[in-house]
Design a binder for this molecule. Structure first.
Ligand code: HEC
Ligand code: HEC
Ligand code: HEC
Ligand code: HEC
Ligand code: HEC
Ligand code: HEC
Length: 347
């Protein structure tokens, strides 16, 4: 019986091998007609790559943005990469760390893939945002509000801790760096109402912390060509303020200078700037008139020694200049800081 079974098995294998080779040989006949296109393939791509301009319009706007045009993505070391490179942002959005594990090689600028999951699922969920959590600020901890789609922006546009940081009523400080201050664009702190040197303790959250989706509502409002709004993130064309995002709350306004807030803030900022410059604490000559590019006159070999209250005024100047909204991000906080700072250096 056992032998018989083995013979059957062996002949079966032989038969299979034989019919396989016949099948292969007979394959050399002429090709049949082409089948229909599959459901996947190009159809998947057409969700985005088609003859409509849904995506192209955003690309045009993006091309004219500072995110696209800026050259600072060369800042790719582990402390700078989370905000200055696309790869560093995506890495730290997942890890939650303030630094990347290593320097980013072949860094890319902020692009579609920084904020969206391009070519991941190959459907519209690819336009979901890469970071959506309430931001844990580097200065001051968790933001008091979830600002929706604006969380994405707040993760980068926030201050960095500086050293030494003066404390109200505390010791004098010795500043050793020309870039002392909270770094560029501490906007999330301004909205939150924290991170500056406060001469009077208080609760300073901005009324604009309640704007649904925060930054996105004002900076990505209906676009004016590729000059402002949408994926340009620009507020103004240079001559026209894009007030589209303001109108739901400030009906009928034509400019950002509502009730003269921006004019008043700029006048006070210039007054403070002139005082700090006259004292020789800041260099205003190399910045080409851009307040946010002024630097502190201090080095490790020639430190700048100031009382806590004086250093607070200098810090606030750097912060308000770097915020660049001339009061809009947090009108009352910014005005209060300027008044306190001007008093502190005028004594
Ligand atoms: C959900 C939208 C979406 C789908 C679906 C999609 N793409 Fe794209 N694709 C994009 C975006 C956005 C860009 C621009 C990326 C950039 O400029 O950084 C792009 C760019 C490209 C590029 C230019 C090179 C590059 O990677 O930037 C190629 C090639 C491409 N896509 C091929 C495809 C193919 C093939 C498919 C289908 C298998 C497909 N795409 C499906 C959104 C999509
Ligand atoms: C990955 C970090 C990152 C994210 C996310 C990010 N930004 Fe930026 N943003 C930057 C950097 C860095 C620059 C400056 C680029 C340069 O000059 O090289 C910048 C520039 C800008 C500017 C232009 C400033 C100027 O010089 O005129 C605006 C406005 C702006 N961002 C708003 C936003 C808004 C609104 C969002 C959210 C939708 C956002 N950003 C998301 C890092 C980021
Ligand atoms: C928390 C995020 C963050 C980190 C970390 C960070 N930056 Fe920035 N930086 C920004 C943003 C946002 C801007 C754009 C501000 C604007 O245009 O108003 C910027 C702007 C700059 C600029 C351009 C100023 C100008 O307008 O030309 C330089 C230079 C710069 N950063 C250097 C660095 C260096 C060097 C490091 C690392 C030591 C670093 N940054 C770390 C967020 C960050
Ligand atoms: C700095 C972050 C950022 C970058 C860079 C960015 N986007 Fe966006 N994008 C957003 C945000 C935030 C929204 C939501 C805007 C809103 O709700 O008004 C959005 C919305 C979109 C939408 C609409 C999605 C929908 O469901 O309606 C498309 C399409 C899009 N982006 C394409 C792109 C393309 C293409 C690029 C690259 C050229 C790009 N984005 C780069 C932040 C970004
Ligand atoms: C209530 C509306 C509003 C909100 C919310 C808002 N901004 Fe602004 N932002 C403005 C206005 C107005 C200016 C000043 C524009 C001008 O004077 O030309 C400005 C200025 C800026 C600038 C300086 C460059 C420029 O375009 O003038 C940056 C960078 C910036 N905002 C980023 C942000 C980020 C990031 C957020 C969210 C964390 C945010 N803003 C939230 C209205 C807003
Ligand atoms: C979701 C509602 C909302 C949006 C959107 C909004 N604001 Fe406001 N804004 C407020 C509230 C609330 C106040 C505080 C009450 C007041 O002074 O009217 C305020 C106050 C201000 C102030 C101070 C005015 C004063 O009299 O002291 C300025 C300036 C301002 N907003 C500018 C803007 C600009 C510019 C935009 C658009 C880029 C904008 N706001 C968008 C709600 C909003």
């Amino acid at each position: 019986m056992k032998n018989y079974a083995t013979i059957i098995r062996k002949s079966f294998i032989l038969l299979m091998a034989l019919s396989l080779s016949i099948a292969i040989i007979s394959c050399t006949g002429p090709e049949g007609p082409a089948g229909k296109d599959g459901a996947t393939g190009t159809a998947v791509c057409k969700v985005c790559h088609s003859d409509n301009t849904f995506m192209y319009a955003k690309m045009m706007q993006y091309d004219n943005s500072q995110h696209a045009l800026g050259v600072n993505f060369q800042r790719n070391t582990n402390t700078c990469a989370p905000c200055h490179t696309s790869e560093g942002y995506r890495e730290t959005a997942v890890t939650g760390a303030d630094t990347t594990v290593a320097t980013i090689q072949n860094p890319t600028t902020i692009n579609c893939r920084t904020c969206h999951f391009i070519h991941t699922n190959f459907d519209t969920t690819d336009f979901n945002l890469t970071f959506t959590k309430t931001v844990n600020l580097r200065i001051g901890g968790q933001m008091t509000h979830d600002i929706g789609k604006g969380n994405l922006c707040a993760k980068c546009h926030q201050g960095r801790p500086t050293s030494p940081m003066p404390v109200l009523g505390g010791d004098s400080v010795s500043i050793t760096s020309s870039h002392w201050g909270p770094h560029h664009s501490p906007v999330a702190n301004m909205l939150n109402g924290n991170g500056a040197f406060e001469y009077t303790q208080g609760s300073y959250a901005s009324p604009h912390l309640n704007v649904p989706d925060g930054c996105v509502t004002c900076h990505m409002a209906t676009a004016i060509g590729n000059q402002a709004g949408g994926h340009t993130w620009r507020m103004s064309t240079g001559t026209t303020d894009n007030v589209a995002g303001c109108l739901t709350c400030h009906s009928g306004v034509k400019s950002f200078d509502i009730n003269g807030t921006q004019s008043d803030v700029e006048a006070s900022l210039v007054q403070l700037r002139n005082t700090l410059s006259t004292k020789g604490w800041i260099d205003t000559t190399s910045s080409g008139g851009e307040y946010n590019m002024d630097v502190v006159v201090a080095t490790s070999s020639k430190p700048l020694k100031l009382s806590a209250n004086q250093a607070g005024a200098l810090y606030n100047y750097m912060m308000i200049a770097a915020d660049r909204s001339m009061g809009v991000h947090n009108p009352n906080y910014i005005k209060t800081l300027l008044t306190g700072s001007i008093n502190a250096v005028s004594q």
